[in-house]
Design a protein around this ligand. Structure first.
Ligand code: CTP
Length: 403
């Protein structure tokens, strides 16, 4: 259908980039990017008009569109373009051009494959820049020497792809990365972009080799000068990996952000003031930054208090940990070298945090209690009685309330 619509408009349509790369590598990839030699917006509108329930979102300024299918599946459509960057790191200025120019402005050779979709040439593979060769040989290589000048975030992408696919950054590209570090291109990279690239690295299945590679290229200092990749960091990140697989094997209901736990591991050496600098450098949203600062302090403090307790009771464990999110709990569990503290946190995650009284406000009403602040006190008392093991069943609770 894409090919037919393109034919009708006299355009050429191609599927390009990561999708084709991953087809070649037999990796799953559901992000489809189309490039149109013609006008992507006209194409997308024309295409959508053919189907019921297919919508388009248009970004006229960038001459791009998103086709949205009823099941929310999305396809990005871009006009083949040459991008000019007025200043490095700024948003590009877009102009129409041919597929080859469009592919040339991209990050790495392995991302430059295209498959034509027009009916007459459907399925023809286009490889202008040796992408198949580099995919076979496992090479991450830029297309030209100014690639990182145009977009310093590509340095992080290079490392992410290298580790994800088990490829090798070529000598020339490695030199350009070192050069980017020496001249510090990263000052021009906005905090938001830097953070989002770091996040993408941490979201990889196993981000540790990529973090180690960032350190090899001496790039961690651009995130914060005090970040280290020393024996402590490697130990902690390995522990985190272990704790995350432990948690995932439990099939608990609570969802959490894996990348965030690794992030906490990476920034572990930072003191409060440095953490504050980090939140500014990465341009974190106020609420996110506040939570990070508060919870990091609370987590370290709580670990210390757990450390002091020889044999904390379930109730003590509950009140020490109940304000912390799963990410921080997992981070603490990984960080502590004390078996007793590990056990306490795991008990909290698997059991204590789910403890709730059977009785609710409605039951108290049925029992003849007037609604009011007293309810909160009673329910709190019941929770404590549960944690202390004094009550278990609903009947126990009723008896306890009546007492
Ligand atoms: N691209 C680029 N420079 C960037 C970001 C992206 O040249 N800084 C190009 C890449 O060639 C890529 C395409 O834009 O193929 C789409 O980007 P994205 O969806 O981020 O890349 P994928 O290759 O699909 O990566 P992932 O598998 O991580 O989604």
């Amino acid at each position: 259908q894409v090919g037919r619509v393109a034919d009708e408009l006299g355009y050429n349509a191609y599927v390009v980039g990561g999708f084709v790369r991953d087809l070649f590598l037999r990796h799953e990839n559901l992000d489809i990017d189309l490039v149109i030699e013609g006008d992507a917006v006209t194409f997308a509108r024309h295409y959508a008009s053919r189907f019921q329930n297919v919508r388009v979102r248009v970004f006229q300024k960038f001459k791009t569109a998103v086709i949205i299918y009823p099941d929310d599946f999305k396809v990005d459509v871009a006009t083949a373009r040459t991008e000019y960057y007025e200043t490095p790191g700024a948003l590009p200025i877009v102009e129409r051009s041919s597929l080859k120019m469009d592919l040339y402005r991209r990050d790495f050779t392995i991302n430059t494959l295209a498959v034509k979709l027009n009916e007459r040439h459907f399925g023809i593979l286009i490889d202008y820049f040796g992408a198949q060769r580099d995919l076979k040989d496992g090479r991450i290589s830029v297309l030209h020497n100014l690639s990182f000048v145009e977009d310093p975030s590509r340095v992080f992408r290079a490392i992410r792809f290298e580790q994800r696919f088990g490829f090798k950054i070529t000598k020339l590209t490695a030199n350009l990365i070192e050069n980017a570090g020496r001249i510090n291109f990263f000052d021009r990279l906005s905090g938001t972009r830097l953070f989002s690239e770091l996040k993408l690295i941490l979201m990889e299945e196993n981000p540790i080799p990529a973090i180690s590679r960032l350190a090899e290229f001496d790039l961690l200092k651009f995130i914060h000068p005090m970040l280290r990749y020393d024996a402590n960091t490697t130990w902690l990140l390995d522990q985190i990996r272990g704790v995350l697989s432990w948690h995932d094997l439990l099939f608990l209901e609570d969802s959490y952000e894996r990348w965030y736990v690794y992030f906490l591991g990476l920034i572990e050496p930072l003191k409060e003031e440095q953490l504050l600098e980090l939140t500014r450098r990465l341009n974190m949203q106020t609420k996110f930054a506040e939570t990070l600062l508060w919870a990091k302090g609370a987590a370290d403090h709580t670990l210390f208090r757990l450390y002091q307790r020889e044999n904390p009771s379930p109730k003590e464990i509950y009140y020490l940990l109940h304000e912390l999110s799963t990410e921080f709990l997992l981070y603490m569990m990984a960080k502590t070298r004390r078996e007793g503290s590990k056990k306490a946190i795991s008990l909290f995650i698997t059991q204590l945090r789910n403890v709730r009284p059977h009785l609710a406000g409605k039951d108290l009403l049925d029992m003849g209690y007037e609604p009011g602040p007293r309810y909160k006190r009673i329910l709190q008392h019941l929770l404590d009685a549960h944690l202390d093991g004094q009550v278990q069943t609903k009947e126990d609770e009723i008896a306890s309330v009546l007492r």
